[in-house]
Design a protein around this ligand. Structure first.
Ligand code: AMP
Ligand code: AMP
Length: 362
């Protein structure tokens, strides 16, 4: 059973409201989550290991530290107890969910989190993600049920936290099986990976990862910033002339190593806002109370200027690191360099002031 909002509100009612701490795991987007919280007047705590505390110390964004031996311990009862003692609201990011485990976060993690706990499953299960995107009326790449159907360029993806390793592109079933053979021989994929392979249309276009914030308090979808991915080895591979690439015989991979801020052609903004609005509206119906706070649509813009969504994050996405000091878009709202982390903290502060915390935590 997913922990109910009522249970979490009960935990929150035991909190000292003047002493709220914003907490997260030391990875992913913790720097601007914590910095943003401090700027909004909250105290901050980072959960980390001895080996990984360096950025939080060097940038001095955490008031306190909870040390664990391994990241997977973040959902342990002692850690939860300490967080509750600190009146903590946890901001769940990609690594937090990965290390806590979705099930434990849903069923055992009895600490208030910012956002809708139930919607996290919808980003991590491909079928649910696709359902939400499609029913929202967004364009998604065509999906192929089997390699036999391949009749155009496709990208083949493998599941799990492997993050783009072993992905490849092909345009026929023969090429599919030949490349699978090579990857297996090199030990890059297993039989199990093969059984879970996901095959979808390869969209030739430019990458825009759109970072939105839905404020339940203002009932407003804000565009906070846009990044594009910097991936290894593909972004290095394209610096090698085609002739030499063929000689080298390196397998491409799409492992995220960084993010680059970008702005989108202004005439595409109506489409961008429409997409965010539609997703927020549909999620309200499919996963009540719907999207709360940050979310991200990872898109490719084709030559017909259509934005095609190949992935969604129903929480803060790593690409928000590209605008820790604000983006051109977040500047437009507030006339100040606002990060996603600070935007989250501001919503928490506003919810406390308006006595409407139930709108933003679960
Ligand atoms: P993902 O693991 O789905 O986030 O994809 C990793 C990377 O693969 C993306 O950042 C893109 O560079 C590329 N990619 C994913 N899906 C597609 C697609 N349908 N068409 C073209 N490139 C894609
Ligand atoms: P890490 O804690 O760095 O191992 O990240 C865990 C997962 O979060 C990765 O596998 C990525 O899917 C995602 N992630 C981490 N950093 C970024 C980033 N800068 N941009 C996009 N996704 C990221």
């Amino acid at each position: 059973m997913v922990i109910s909002r009522e249970e979490i509100l009960e935990v929150f009612h035991g909190y000292s409201r003047d002493e709220i701490t914003v907490a997260t795991l030391g990875s992913h987007t913790a720097l601007h989550i914590l910095k943003g919280a401090k700027l909004e007047g909250f105290s901050t705590v980072v959960i980390t290991t001895r080996e990984r505390d360096v950025p939080y110390k060097r940038f001095n964004v955490a008031d306190r530290y909870i040390y664990v031996e391994r990241f997977s311990e973040i959902s342990n009862e002692e850690v939860q107890e300490r967080l509750r003692e600190m009146n903590a609201i946890v901001v769940p990011h990609g690594s937090f969910i990965a290390y806590c485990g979705l099930e434990r976060l849903e069923e055992d993690f009895q600490v208030p989190i910012f956002g809708n706990r139930r919607i996290l499953r919808w980003e991590s299960q491909r079928d649910l993600e696709r359902k939400l995107l499609r029913e929202s009326g967004l364009r998604v790449p065509r999906r192929y049920e089997s390699p036999e159907e391949i009749d155009a360029p496709v990208i083949v993806k493998f599941p799990g936290a492997r993050g783009g390793r072993g992905y490849f592109i092909c345009s026929s079933k023969e090429e599919f099986w030949r490349k699978i053979g090579i990857l297996k021989e090199k030990g890059l994929i297993s039989q199990e990976d093969l059984e879970n392979a996901h095959i979808e249309e390869y969209v030739v276009g430019t990458n825009f990862c759109l970072h939105y914030f839905y404020s339940p308090l203002k009932d407003r979808v804000e565009l906070m910033g846009i990044d594009r991915r910097y991936e290894s080895n593909i972004d290095g591979l394209v610096r090698i002339p085609a002739r030499d690439q063929l000689e080298l015989e390196v397998e491409p991979s799409y492992v995220i190593t960084g993010n680059i801020p970008v702005v989108i052609r202004e005439s595409l903004l109506p489409q961008v806002f429409e997409m965010g609005d539609k997703l927020v509206e549909k999620s309200r119906e499919l996963v009540p109370p719907g999207m709360i706070g940050p979310f991200c649509l990872q898109t490719l813009c084709n030559e017909n200027l259509e934005l095609i969504v190949f992935e969604m994050s129903a929480r803060i996405d790593g690409g928000t690191n590209s605008f820790m000091n604000g983006s051109p878009y977040s500047f437009l709202y507030h006339g100040e360099p606002l990060s996603m982390g600070q935007r989250i903290a501001r919503e928490i502060r506003l919810a406390l002031e308006m006595d409407m915390i139930e709108k933003v935590i679960s």
